[in-house]
Design a protein around this ligand. Sequence first.
Ligand code: NAP
Length: 338
Amino acid sequence: MESPFKVDVLKGKVALLTGGGSGIGFEISTQFGRHGAAVAIMGRRRHVLDDAVSALRSQGIQAIGVEGDVRKQEDAARVVETVFKQFGRLDILVNGAAGNFLVSPEDLSPNGFRTVLDIDSVGTYTMSHEALKYLKKGAPGKEQSTGGLILNISATLHYTAAWYQIHVSAAKAAVDSLTRSLALEWGTDYDIRVNGIAPGPIEGTPGNRKLVPEEMKSKTREFMPLFKLGDKWDVAMAALYLASDAGKYVNGTTVVVDGGLWLSRPRHIPKEEVNNFLVLWRRSQEHLLPAFHQANYDLISLKPHDIVFTAITITIYYAIQQKKKRDLFSTQCFFSDD
Ligand SMILES: NC(=O)c1ccc[n+]([C@@H]2O[C@H](COP(=O)([O-])OP(=O)(O)OC[C@H]3O[C@@H](n4cnc5c(N)ncnc54)[C@H](OP(=O)(O)O)[C@@H]3O)[C@@H](O)[C@H]2O)c1
């Protein structure tokens, strides 16, 4: 879909995106680039960065890929330094890197819990901390009175609660909290705006392709408030709004881009339904199981979309079961009335 923004809204800006080589992060990188920004993408896998950079450059976008782990402060400092050396300034930091896996609290080791918080929450803080010296007003390459922007990608899971997602919910709640605190502290002292985006289920991400069982895909839209899933483009347009002058007075806000889904989630899904779903899910995803089991102990083998889409799929599965029960009930009523 064509962007409603002018192609030069980010002209002259330099953006660094953690997790910018894949999924939603890559779409934000692309849209930032198409609207005039030079982009640097950060992640752990070299080949993912290389492919993404080639794709960006093929569209005429100035792009570099810098390998690094957001959990390591020395990596964060090195990546920020590399971006400054390459482009001479830094205007926008997007914290999109995240890691998740599906697990009950009983089975989640404290180490697994800590790992997700380390990437999502501490990683967001570490990157912001290291980028401060180039984002603040008067920093090298920046004007005396104008600071930059930090954009934190979270989720909506922690607005309520969901089975098997205690680590993700805690991590994203902390990210939203960082958004508000840094907006106050660094908005006041350094003219840095700090905002967030909380996506719902986004079509075209690997999670959607891999983890929603085929038999549920055709039903998915029926249970969304707007009868459609979101696109990566939707998230990227929200990012563009916040990064451009259109969002110049927006600070400390997390924009929800989920079509209203979290408002309409069932308040309580029985655990048996989740377990029924898991049986179905595991059958359809047998090739992923070794990674799934290992993930609890071995950092992140599954990706953030895995957990998000599993949550959505559980909700949809439950809604389908409820609908079947309602249909059966109304059929029974019909016959008894008759
Ligand atoms: N997909 C959705 O529907 C959805 C919904 C709600 C929220 N979100 C959020 O949106 C963001 C993007 O999600 P996505 O689904 O598009 O996932 P994705 O494509 O798997 O993106 C995750 C990215 O983070 C990078 N990453 C992970 N751990 C890292 C680390 N320690 N250091 C540096 N980079 C790291 C990954 O690259 P490497 O593995 O190479 O490091 C990858 O590029 C995430 O914050 C996610 O929680 C997504």
